[in-house]
Write a protein that binds this ligand. Structure first.
Ligand SMILES: Nc1ncnc2c1ncn2[C@@H]1O[C@H](COP(=O)(O)OP(=O)(O)OP(=O)(O)O)[C@@H](O)[C@H]1O
Ligand SMILES: [Mg+2]
Length: 248
C-alpha cells in the first residue's frame, strides 16, 4: 500500500500541498477529485518521485521514498506506470518505440521480445498495427491508449492516471474507463486516477478522495460520495460556482 503523511509542497508563492494525508490500499482504484489547479498532478508527481516535497513522507509498501537518492527512486519508479496528462508521447519516435522505451532502457529483453510485448500491450488497449505510426498522426483517444500501453509495458504494480478521459468524447471516455477496470482485474494493479470527470470517477473508483486546499478533505465509496452532505463535495459533484470552493 501507499501511505502519504503530512505532505507539503510550496511552488512559487503558492502552498500547493499542505499536510496532505492519503492511504491507498493494495489492489484498489482510488480516484482523486478536485478543482483545476488544486494540485492533483503535483500530488501524482510526488508519488513517483518526480517532485520532492518540502515536508512529509510517502511510503510505498513501508519504504519512504522521500529523501531517497535519484538511483533508489529510479528503482522504485520501475514499479509504476504513469499515464501523463496529455499522454507525453515523444513525437520524434514511433508509437512502437514509445511503448517499448522503458523495456529497452531497463530490461535485458531482446528486440524480438520487446516487439512482442509492445504489440501485446497495444492490443490490450485496443490498438492494432500502429507501431510504425508517429504520435502526431493519432487521434486523441488513440494517443491516450498508446500512452496507456507505454504505462503498462513493464508490468507495473501501480498505475497512475492523470486525467485519462479529459478531452475525449463520451464513447471514447467509456472505452478508457473500461480499460482502467480491465487492467485492475487483469494485472491486479493498484491504481490512482486523477480526474474532474465525474462519470469516469464513479465508473472506475472503488473509493474517491477529494483534494482541496492542499489536503484530502473527504474520502469514501461512490455511494458515500453520492449521499454525503459535506458542502465541498456537494458543490463539486453538483458543479456549482457558489459554495465553499472559490473558483480561481
Ligand atoms: N513546476 C511548477 N512550478 C510552479 N508552479 C507549479 C508547478 N507545477 C504546478 N504548479 C502550480 O501548482 C498548482 C497545482 O497544479 P496542478 O498541475 O497540480 O493542478 P491540477 O489539480 O492538476 O489542475 P488541472 O485539473 O488543471 O490539471 C497550480 O497553481 C500550478 O500553477
Ligand atoms: Mg493536472
Amino acid at each position: 500500500m501507499i501511505r502519504i503523511r503530512e505532505l507539503s509542497k510550496r511552488l512559487g508563492s503558492k502552498q500547493v500541498l499542505k499536510d496532505c494525508d492519503l492511504d491507498i490500499e493494495s489492489g484498489e482504484t482510488i480516484v482523486v477529485l478536485g478543482p483545476s489547479g488544486t494540485g492533483k498532478s503535483v500530488l501524482l508527481k510526488h508519488i513517483i518521485g518526480l517532485m520532492h516535497p518540502d515536508l512529509g513522507s510517502i511510503e510505498i509498501e513501508g519504504e519512504n521514498i522521500v529523501g531517497m537518492s535519484e538511483r533508489e527512486i529510479n528503482q522504485v519508479r520501475k514499479r509504476f506506470g504513469m499515464l501523463f496528462q496529455g499522454s507525453a508521447l515523444f513525437d520524434s519516435m514511433t508509437v512502437g518505440e514509445n511503448v517499448g522505451l522503458s523495456l529497452r532502457e531497463h530490461t535485458r529483453m531482446t528486440d524480438a521480445e520487446i516487439a512482442r510485448r509492445v504489440s501485446e500491450r497495444l492490443e490490450w488497449v485496443g490498438l492494432k498495427d500502429v507501431e510504425g505510426m508517429k504520435p502526431a498522426s493519432l487521434s486523441g483517444g488513440m494517443r491516450k491508449r498508446a500512452g496507456l500501453a507505454r504505462a503498462i509495458a513493464m508490468d507495473p504494480q501501480f498505475i497512475l492516471y492523470d486525467e485519462p478521459t479529459t478531452g475525449l468524447d463520451p464513447i471514447m471516455s467509456d472505452v478508457i474507463n473500461q480499460l482502467i477496470r480491465d487492467l485492475q482485474r487483469r494485472m491486479g494493479v493498484t491504481s490512482i486516477v486523477v480526474t474532474h470527470d465525474l462519470i469516469s470517477a464513479y465508473h472506475v473508483a472503488d473509493r474517491l478522495a477529494m483534494l482541496h486546499g492542499g489536503k484530502i478533505v473527504f474520502s469514501g465509496t461512490p455511494d458515500q460520495v453520492r449521499a454525503t452532505t459535506d458542502p465541498m463535495v456537494r458543490q463539486f459533484i453538483e458543479g456549482s460556482s457558489t459554495g465553499p470552493i472559490q473558483p480561481v
